[in-house]
Design a protein around this ligand. Sequence first.
Ligand code: AMP
Ligand code: ZN
Length: 467
Amino acid sequence: MIRFFNTLSGKVEPFNPIVKGEVKLYTCGPTVYDFAHIGNLRAYIFEDLLKRFLVFRGFKVTHVMNITDVDDKTIKGANAEKVKLQEFTKKYTDAFFEDIQKLYISKADYYPRATDHIPDMVKIIKGLLEKGYAYKKDGSVYFNISKFPNYGRLSKIDLKELRPGKRMESDEYEKESANDFALWKDKKEGEPFWETEVGPGRPGWHIECSAMSSKYLGQTFDIHCGGVDNIFPHHENEIAQSEAFFGKKFVNYWLHCRHLIVDGEKMSKSKGNFYTLRDLLARNVDPSALRFLLLSTHYRKMLNFTFEALEGASSSLKRINDFLYELKNRPFEEGENKDISRLVEDTNKKFIAGLGDDLNISVALRALFEMIRKANILISQGKVYRKDGEKLMSSILSFDNVLAVLPGEEEETLSSKLMKKIEDREKARTDKNYELADQIRKELLKQGIVLEDTKDGVRWKVVKSKE
Ligand code: AMP
Ligand code: ZN
């Protein structure tokens, strides 16, 4: 059973998707006005861990992540640089894709951009006006939160303090200012605008996620994620817009990760403790170690980034890589030890149970390192044989489908000669020439290519050599 802590109910709940075996997932993506900082990357890595685990457990996941390319911050940035909004946001959108690739974050199925979905947003805004949930004021359109009785349920804000009729124009604000929020902002000097049925102007930030999630995932979907800062006002407003317009429950499970802080303090440029992935790469930080660090603290705990912690992550990772190197290079004798099969099975169960319990990564990693420790003892006692070595290797590789901290599938860099060998083995298997297939597999293993047969075909990985 899989269980998640749902921000909406404030409880850990069993996870049951709307359609059995399928998960529709929406995660709030970057506002492309700057390079992603490691706090943003924590959120993306938590979401990637969630998604990879669901895929590992056999779910077909459809993942949508929006790109906010028009809002207060992007407009301000473009104006400051005196460039067109599109030119400004392109630079940071490209950088975002480069960053997530470096961190082995698997790609979403859709990355809708806000500026490509203005008509979808206008349709909802128009509907909200017609249904009486929204009103026009000085050319802008506001959502009337007093018309939506469930307002505040996600963030648990007290609406008694509410002063009806007060309006909030900016995209981001504190709980204390829970007022009617802008769905559409009137055309302004120096701002891009669209001519639409609700007037000339541009969307507020929140409406894009209601428009794009329903377009790609349906009016009600399974999981919505973000960092805790998204809970209010952004996600609260998304619920209000979507539920008022569609008349249906918006999202079943809300998962939010807590923030990353640096050296015990909030990241800020003025304190000099603000890091982007680029800053860290310039200091020769290994992206796998950073990924390992960012995912190894439970997502609902605050994560304190320090360079010591990064070193710790690096050495944990080295333990895994050294173990794989050992398995690859030791001339194991033919044979099998049942204790290894049991160890692998037991570890697999613990790994799955750990992550299934609201993504309890500590339990999953503990099981993995315990397996390495025990197997190393058995190796030193000469009690591990060829088949055992293979089982241990494929077990680690299968865990890495979730963790993605080992050197990735370097498809472009694998020589065509090696690719040809993989194909030859596939052919041998299709021809039921298992002896030849096995021989090729062993040859590849000697060159550091590990093959894993999955239901979707053969997967391969390069095992890093000891430095
Ligand atoms: P933004 O680009 O500001 O819209 O944020 C993108 C994602 O990063 C959102 O899910 C935020 O909640 C998340 N986020 C922002 N700051 C942090 C932080 N310090 N730690 C973790 N997640 C964060
Ligand atoms: Zn959003």
